[in-house]
Design a protein around this ligand. Structure first.
Ligand code: CP
Length: 326
């Protein structure tokens, strides 16, 4: 168990060793147990987390803020549009200055070609840990919460279990690539058989694909790309059908929508869930486009793990904050 994590940034778990990632899960399970028993765990008393949002959020905002309060500290909600960031504060200035006021800086910046670099630029200038609340490439805390949920349902040894990370149709907006990219690189580290199922226009970044394949080789799992929506469900233990933009095909979001409109039948429904194993779980990071991306019957049905998944955001985030912001 690796315990020397004070001061570390969490931009992607890909930059944390297996031992370090397992430490996060150990601590997350312990903090979940402590909260269930009402045991105080004020590990970050008097510490302050700056939460900087360039994009909307429900779960991330509420869970980070609640988590800091439960750890005995405080979280500040900061929006780019209501601060001088909108008038030119640079990433370097934010890292330098906010890092002098606060004990951690958490950032959500999902603009394609901007977000990850922005977070890295802040981290370069910051004396305190920088936590990625979602960028254009990664959603690390979502993937950690997703894996924690998989461990809860299937045990810590998930070797040989099949996880189908699938594209699904949505009409609300062209969602980032960050959730599938973070999950396929994390799940392949644990020896899972990971499927990436998507129409050909909805590719992920080549370096992410290479990393997932490499992880699978090292862990004894597998990584397979499929383009048949139904086949992705067949025999799966975990199904995770969610939408993302055709960003690797076009950065024009209108064009991305037009491409996606060809695949309106890619909806997670009861017939498809029946194709997965009887004990299978349905996962989604939320928000979902109900009855477009997934039917009410599936998301509210017996396979759904979406509320446990959302809850686990709190526990993995508290774990990383407690480990890095001490
Ligand atoms: N899953 C997730 O990140 O939710 P929010 O966008 O509401 O934070």
């Amino acid at each position: 168990m690796q315990t020397h994590l004070t001061g570390r940034d969490m931009i992607t778990p890909d930059e944390w060793t297996d031992d370090e990632v397992n430490t996060i899960f150990e601590v997350a399970f312990d903090l979940k147990r402590k909260r269930a028993l009402g045991e105080p765990h004020a590990l970050l008393r008097d510490k302050v987390l700056a939460m900087m949002f360039f994009f909307s959020s429900t779960r991330t905002r509420v869970s980070f803020e609640a988590g800091m309060a439960q750890l005995g500290g405080h979280a500040q909600f900061i929006e780019s549009r209501t601060t001088q960031i909108s008038h030119g504060d640079t990433a370097k200035e934010i890292g330098e200055i906010v890092g002098r006021y606060c004990d951690g800086i958490a950032i959500r910046q999902v603009d394609w070609g901007v977000g990850n670099q922005y977070i890295r630029d802040v981290a370069q200038a910051s004396r305190v840990p920088v936590l990625n609340m979602q960028d254009d490439w990664y959603h690390p805390f979502q993937a950690l919460a997703d894996m924690m949920t998989v461990f809860e349902r299937f045990g810590r040894d998930v070797r040989g279990k099949t996880l189908n990370m699938s594209w699904a149709y949505a009409s609300s907006y062209q969602k980032p690539l960050s959730v599938p990219q973070s999950l396929i690189t994390l799940a392949t580290r644990f020896g899972m058989n990971v499927r990436l199922t998507r129409p050909p226009e909805f590719k992920l970044m080549p370096e992410i694909m290479d990393l997932a394949a490499d992880n699978a080789r090292k862990s004894g799992g597998s990584f397979e790309v499929m383009d048949d929506f139904d086949a992705g469900f067949a025999g799966a233990d975990v199904v995770y059908p969610k939408s993302w933009g055709a960003t690797m095909t076009t950065t024009d979001m209108e064009e991305s929508k037009r491409i996606g409109d060809q695949y309106k039948d890619w909806i997670a429904d009861e017939r498809r869930m029946e194709m997965a194993l009887d004990h299978s779980i349905y996962m989604h990071c939320l928000p979902a486009d109900r009855n477009i991306e997934v039917t009410d019957g599936v998301i509210d049905g017996r396979h759904s793990a979406v509320y446990d998944e959302a809850e686990n955001r709190l526990h993995v985030q508290k774990a990383v904050m407690a480990l890095t912001m001490r």
